[in-house]
Write a protein that binds this ligand. Sequence first.
Ligand SMILES: [Zn+2]
Length: 242
Amino acid sequence: MAHNDLAPLRHDIAQACRVAAARGLVDGILGHISARVDDEHLLIRCRSDSDDGVAFTRSDDIRLIRFDGTPGMPGELDGYRVPNELPIHVETLLAHPEHRAVAHLHPPAVVAADLAGITLEPIYGAFDIPGAWLARRGIPVYPRAVLIRTAELGKEMVAAMRGMPVVICRGHGITSAAATAAQAVLQAISLNQLASMSLRIRSAGGTCTPIDEADWADLPDLGPSFTADAVWRHELARLEWR
Ligand SMILES: [Zn+2]
């Protein structure tokens, strides 16, 4: 595997980390994003002694490791440490070949909504179609608030995920899996928006009621690739503009 072939993927993951932070899905130094390279390797956001936090992730912070957490090439972990919660990424990638990227984030609105006992329902439609479909299919919850730092706990979280693209880790955060790091973050943004709106409706004294069944026929599920490129360009432009 040539070192420089991985540069674009390192860059993509670093950008996804910065977007996740800019959107308030992670705060400080917690949270990480990874992507599968092949059957034995993944790239993942690692920590270093000069780390400025997820919002300031550089391509250099994205390191090549093997699925067992050892360096993917000589020197890959010199000065870098893999996240404690590496098993989240490894077990999610191993369980589903179609999941090529994993974002583990700590979005406060999602954690708050779950702890408030709110089940995330498709409360809106055209406001955010991907988010509406995510909720329609059901958003699973992993009920334990633990640090997921063993393969056993990682497998337990994956089992709770039930093959869905996202799972809420109660009192902790979320795991979002997709074909690319960008899609995993866009999915997390949609989930966070759904949670924020649900909390807002409750705060206003309303109830979170699913939209009318008849409306689904005119809410085309165009899949992540249809609008994702344009939406992602916007997210990157926001980073520049800030
Ligand atoms: Zn975590």
